[in-house]
Design a protein around this ligand. Structure first.
Ligand SMILES: C[S@@+](CC[C@H](N)C(=O)[O-])C[C@H]1O[C@@H](n2cnc3c(N)ncnc32)[C@H](O)[C@@H]1O
Length: 284
């Protein structure tokens, strides 16, 4: 049994649909839980909300600094985050585009995480995209009506309860994974596919570095779970990542649903029988 957790940030490629099932595969008692590719934190939140699974400590990290700073506000200063959202969303719908561009320009100048939180809620489908050459956030405005300040406040306070025992760090995955010890569990949801390369400033990610880190963790007795997104096209699997032999001991298929990245890239095309599923791989 888990409490329902509503997403705080809109984030493409999030794991909300799969989170219950992913958490179901985790140990009941975890020493330290690591989530080195945090994104919007769907899996962390589900785990923290679970009545059956527990961690003594959790370290949640991501390479994207303003993202981690949002979570720090959620944990230590929710009021400031709520106030900032309220101030920017009141009157937002009068001229969405102009207001959105004002916030986006300000964010691109100052990298203020409070603005970044508003942008994830208002940008086009949560496609948080940065220009490669200068890190400029380039996502256009979303056509939708953003959630109300009252709803945002409810979500912030429910997340505030969930993340009390979580430490948030801005870090590259290599550094953080090297700190895990025997008895700890790491859940990895990296940005592999070419379609995700433009997202979240992840251009520098190299899958071979991840294989190396996972192997080292496994050798130290750290348990690692890895999510792999694949397509299932008319039941044919197409996993675009080649996994090193012997690194994982087993795998399970998690659910199916329509991929948002695919949907965005194929506007106007008919999508038949094309779904994403998540493959979970385990080092034990
Ligand atoms: C697929 S998303 C994770 C989505 C997350 N599971 C959720 O539910 O929202 C991948 C994340 O990895 C982060 N990332 C990319 N390169 C990284 C790196 N070298 N080290 C740590 N995090 C990185 C991105 O900023 C992004 O937030």
């Amino acid at each position: 049994m888990t409490i329902i957790v509503k997403p705080l940030l809109k984030w493409i490629g999030n794991k909300y649909r799969f989170a219950d099932e992913i958490v179901a595969h985790m140990d009941g008692e975890i020493e330290t839980y690591f989530e080195p590719f945090l994104g919007s934190g769907a899996v962390l939140a589900k785990l923290a909300a679970s009545n059956e699974k527990h961690f003594k400590k959790a370290i949640a990290s991501d390479i994207l600094d303003p993202l981690i700073e949002i979570f720090k506000y959620v944990k230590s200063d929710p009021k400031t985050l709520i106030e900032h959202y309220k101030m920017n969303i009141e009157g937002y719908n009068v001229d969405k585009k102009a207001k959105y561009l004002e916030i986006r320009n300000r964010f691109n100048e100052t990298r203020n995480p409070l603005d970044f939180a508003v942008l994830t809620r208002t940008c086009y489908s949560g496609v948080v995209r940065f220009r490669k050459q200068d890190g400029y956030m380039s996502t256009p405005v979303g056509p939708h009506k953003p959630i109300s300040p009252e709803e945002f406040q409810r979500r912030v306070y429910s997340w505030h309860e969930l993340v009390k025992d979580v430490t948030f760090l801005k870090s590259d995955f290599k550094e953080i994974m090297s700190k895990a010890k025997a008895g700890d569990l790491i859940y990895c949801d990296p940005p592999y596919t070419h379609s995700q390369k433009i997202l979240y400033g992840s251009q520098t990610f190299r899958i071979t570095d991840l294989w190396e880190q996972i192997l080292k963790c496994k050798q130290r007795g750290v348990k690692v779970i890895l999510s792999i997104n694949g397509k299932c096209k008319s039941k044919q699997k197409d996993i675009s990542v080649t996994v090193p032999e012997g690194l994982f001991e087993r795998g399970v298929d998690v659910n199916c649903g329509t991929s948002m990245v695919n949907r965005l890239q194929r506007v106007g095309e008919v999508m038949e029988n094309e779904n994403v599923h998540d493959l979970l791989l385990f080092t034990w």
